[in-house]
Design a protein around this ligand. Structure first.
Ligand code: SF4
Length: 241
């Protein structure tokens, strides 16, 4: 890979070290996908005091859940799991059915709110910063993603250390460092979410075309990066200055 990649990698390491030093306690929200494994490897190899968690929605693929065991085997580290409130899941399924998220955007967002947004809020509570594996190139809704953003909805800073990484750079890092990755990536899944809401894509399709594929591209966010239920781009600290 190029000197440009070496520079991005050094900048990413520096960002993670700065988060650990200046924004403790900080947490990394891992969805156990390729980008998340890059950050997991960087955090755990450097022994940075950043807690790693994942949202165990109850609807993940077996392959994704298997990554929790792989991380334990390779890094001797336990990823924290945050699950939805059982009573909220029961109420939704009883009232609307197990797969009501296919019926409307509202039903889909309500399922995401119960299974992802509420557990995320619990996972983030009490921290000064959180980290994601998002990249600008992943979708139209992420094209202006900053490395550091103010996250007023959670009252903390949000970091996207891989914002300017390309997909090729992610895979170069994983392969050259022998980092374990979700086997679904080898089966046509560049982007992985809950099992019923993710499909494999064809060559040439947008990398996020397999997520909530029955909806418009503009509405394809799970609410985790949405303010007041609307797709609002959170301005970076630099932009607000
Ligand atoms: S991605 Fe699908 S199954 Fe998962 S929480 Fe959202 S709507 Fe529910």
């Amino acid at each position: 890979m190029s000197a440009e990649f070496d520079g991005k990698l050094a900048a990413t390491r520096a960002t993670l070290e700065r988060i650990a030093a200046d924004f403790s306690p900080a947490v990394f929200a891992s969805s156990l996908a390729a980008e998340d494994m890059v950050l997991t490897d960087l955090i755990l190899r450097a022994k940075l005091p950043i807690r790693i968690f994942t949202l165990e929605t109850g609807r993940l693929h077996a392959e994704t859940l298997g990554m929790i065991d792989r991380i334990r085997e390779v890094y001797a580290t336990e990823i924290a799991l945050y699950r939805p409130e059982p009573a909220a899941v029961d109420a939704y399924v009883t009232a609307h059915g197990l797969n009501a998220f296919y019926d409307s955007v509202e039903m889909r967002k309500e399922c995401c709110r119960i299974r992802k947004v509420e557990p995320l809020n619990r996972a983030l509570a009490g921290n000064k910063a959180w980290i994601t594996g998002q990249r600008r190139a992943q979708s139209t809704t992420r094209s202006e993603l900053a490395v550091q953003e103010d996250d007023p909805a959670h009252g903390m800073q949000k970091f996207n250390p891989l914002a300017d990484w390309s997909e090729d750079e992610v895979w170069h890092y994983l392969r050259s460092n022998n980092v374990p990755y979700n086997p679904l990536h080898d089966k046509g899944y560049p982007s992985i979410g809950c099992e019923p809401c993710t499909r494999a894509i064809q060559p040439g399709e947008d990398v996020r075309a397999g997520r909530w594929w029955w909806e418009n591209p503009e509405s394809k966010e799970c609410g985790l990066h949405v303010v007041d239920g609307k797709l609002v781009r959170i301005k970076s600290t630099a932009e607000q200055a």
